[in-house]
Design a protein around this ligand. Sequence first.
Ligand SMILES: [Zn+2]
Length: 474
Amino acid sequence: MNLYNTLTRRKEEFKPSDKNEAKVYACGPTVYDRAHIGHYRAYIFVDVLRRVLKYNGFQIKAVMNITDVGHLTDDADAGEDKMEKKATSEHKTVWDIAKFYTDDFFTAMAALNVERPEVVCRATDHIAEMIDLIRQIESRGYTYQITDGVYFDTSKLPDYGKLAGLDLDQLREGARVEKNQEKKNPTDFALWKLTPTGVRRQMEWDSPWGKGFPGWHIECTAMGVKYLGRQIDIHTGGMDHIPVHHTNEIAQSEGAFGADVVRFWLHNEFVMVDGEKMSKSKGNFYTLDDIVKRGLNPLAVRYFFLQAHYRTPMNFTWEGVEAGQSGYDRLLDKIGELQAKTKNLKIKTKNHNLKLKTEKAQELSKAFLVAINDDLNTAKGLAILWDLLRDQKITDEDKLALALDFDQVLGLKLDQVKAPAAVEIPAEVQRLVSAREQARQNKDFARSDDLRLQIQAAGFEVKDTPAGQVVREA
Ligand SMILES: [Zn+2]
């Protein structure tokens, strides 16, 4: 399989470095607010990645952190801790805030059928590991201490900023007025922030440098290496993490171990809403509640996001998601029909290993694997699923087996669709349906519409399809 590596700016063939176990680290949420559609897209991408790895037969160990300390409102190590700020505004403890929004995040993930990573780890449970790592970086001469904390001296790394392609000379010349005059370089970042004298934080720990709390970036390096070792196959995050957070993770690894620990850096693009950036003031940070309130299935949102490649920006509109809901409903109907035709065929699918009878089905099966192995092209994968369902020559058994097989990657819960319960259509309704068929053949649409109303009054609904009328209970 091929994945686009932000570091090399090209698609590269992926194989786990350690036999068949792929080691994946995903930057997790900062748990100070509701999870929203921006997160949904990011973690559906991570989920598809893990499913594609499994589909290719790799074992997987995935780690995701929960940031519950140290993420400041300003990337330049100024501003307030997002967690403490929220706790103050809600008159709760910072620990309650963390618990509440962590639960909220996983509730949303479950609704979107996002699998839980093997390891979920909280920053506050790993302060000792972070302190050890900072000491290691310090012992190799990459740090300096100033009034408000311990900083990484980025001028000591000649290739600092390579992930983002940052031009450091330009960056230094054009740097805005630095808030922190003691920092040696504008790109230097805090490894450990000291609690200012006279201030008492809810979250603070003793350290060799004084009481304080870790910088945001150190947690990912510390926990990544703790759970995955010094060879992490894939590290994921949003595009916004490239210039600061991930650039600084690389610096920390190079500082501590002499080399970066990550082989593939993968980044998902943003979600726009109605063509605009998401922002608090516009109130467009939509959450699960907004989706459910509109009568939409969270899995229709998943379907909506799968329609675009993870590296293209996506415009979220309610019309778009409603269209996604119709597409998803049609898909479920199709699978239901196939279940009915095959009498709920029991299919055991595992990792793309099917015995298909029709040649066309075998072709589509290969095409699907090629699509998703081409840097997780779910948009193409979905299109192939529809090609499969619409094909006239493929047997129902093959269609169903292959659709369920594809769904191991798509995660649309197609395996839970049952054949619609057989409903006895009363003779009276059947008579109305035949009469309507006759009326339609005679192009007597007024009578056809009238008969439709009579059918509805009897508690049934009729749909006109290319294959004729379909009747079911209303
Ligand atoms: Zn991170």
